[in-house]
Design a protein around this ligand. Structure first.
Ligand code: NAP
Length: 323
């Protein structure tokens, strides 16, 4: 594993982190989930990314992670960097959603209980909810640090103006933003344009989610939607309508370049996001240990020639591909 310092902090993160959004809930096979967590840790993926609502059912990914932590990894807590977040719907009701102080503080307590932890290494505001003042949300995060429930704080998906406001409030309280979490892939360059430099200029690390566009950038949809793929699953967030002919054709063309490089499509897609030196880590999702191994092998070929860059850019500059 390769580790990288996170923004202006003394914390290092692995270039690949594991996210538990899909495949770790109570609708999933616990044995496979456990194997993936343990394999990740054995391979140096020491950062695990959670949120209150991951499942389904909401909360079950944290509960399952907590079970594995207790049975297999409790001796290694200090070798792990564990995150959680609050801000998306956990249950229907006025206190089950949003970025209010009420929700952030209560949600962190619930997440700690489900995971069986005393503290999170980082706790995020999962989103700017469009209503709650950024001051209120940031003050709640600061309170979590002061209470020892989180060592660091982060923000996720904040639009650029709210992002800057959040950094300013956190800096003033001497609880600087450790990580800014944004969606980024070959099919999703928006945050690279709008948010990355703001993060860097404020000393925050950048961690990217859905670097494979939820599997679209693996070649698995070249010949239709396979059973068991995320787009085929009722609980999957990737909609079949998002598996467009344009994206499938682009993935096919990109796959041909990956093959020339001696890489899988997934490996080239991960290497592409890591090629942006502003990025600290990628949060990958996997549904098997074999996928994780495939993704880990990315680290042996992270460079692109000028010719490859030009050919890849010619394919992915089509706005029809973008989310
Ligand atoms: N902050 C936020 O709002 C936010 C939002 C979304 C995600 N996240 C975080 O980011 C993490 C990753 O997101 P993501 O799961 O969408 O990431 P992703 O890496 O883009 O997609 C993961 C999916 O791609 C497929 N896949 C992965 N490796 C493969 C390989 N080598 N070959 C073939 N297929 C492969 C698997 O889907 P199949 O099921 O088809 O096998 C896997 O579940 C989440 O778990 C979460 O922690 C954060």
């Amino acid at each position: 594993m390769i580790y990288k310092y996170c923004g202006n902090s003394g914390v290092q993160l692995p270039l690949l982190s594991l996210g538990l959004w899909h495949n770790f809930g109570d609708v999933d096979d616990f044995g496979v989930a456990r194997d993936m967590i343990l394999h990740a840790f054995d391979q140096g993926i020491c950062h695990f990314d959670l949120a209150n609502n991951y499942g389904p059912s909401p909360g079950s990914a944290e509960s399952n992670f907590g079970k594995v932590l207790k049975s297999d990894l409790s001796a290694h807590r200090d070798e792990m960097f564990i995150s959680s977040k609050a801000g998306h719907e956990m249950w229907p009701g006025v206190y089950g959603d949003g970025s209010s102080r009420k929700n952030i503080i209560a949600s962190c307590d619930q997440s700690l209980r489900r995971c069986g932890l005393d503290y999170f290494d980082i706790f995020y505001s999962h989103r700017y909810d469009g209503v709650t003042p950024v001051e209120e949300t940031m003050e709640a995060l600061i309170q979590l640090v002061r209470q020892g429930k989180a060592l660091y704080v982060g923000i996720s998906k904040y639009p650029a103006d709210k992002q800057q406001r959040a950094y300013d409030i956190l800096r003033e309280a001497k609880v600087p933003c450790l990580l800014s979490q944004y969606r980024c892939s070959m099919f999703d360059p928006k945050a690279q344009r709008e948010n990355f430099q703001v993060a860097v200029d404020n000393g925050s690390g950048i961690i990217c989610f859905s670097p494979l566009a939820q599997g679209l950038l693996t070649g698995k949809y070249d010949n239709g939607i396979p059973a068991n793929s995320r787009a085929a699953k009722a609980s999957g967030f990737l909609q079949q309508s998002q598996v467009t002919p344009e994206r499938v054709e682009a993935a096919r063309q990109l796959g041909a370049i990956a093959k020339e490089r001696g890489q899988s499509m997934a490996q080239m897609a991960l290497a592409w996001v890591l090629d942006d030196q502003r990025v600290t880590s990628l949060i990958i999702g996997t549904s098997s240990v074999a996928q994780m191994d495939n993704n880990l092998a990315t680290l042996s070929n992270l460079t692109f020639s000028d010719d490859e860059r030009q050919r890849i850019n010619a394919i992915i500059s089509n706005p029809q591909l973008w989310f």
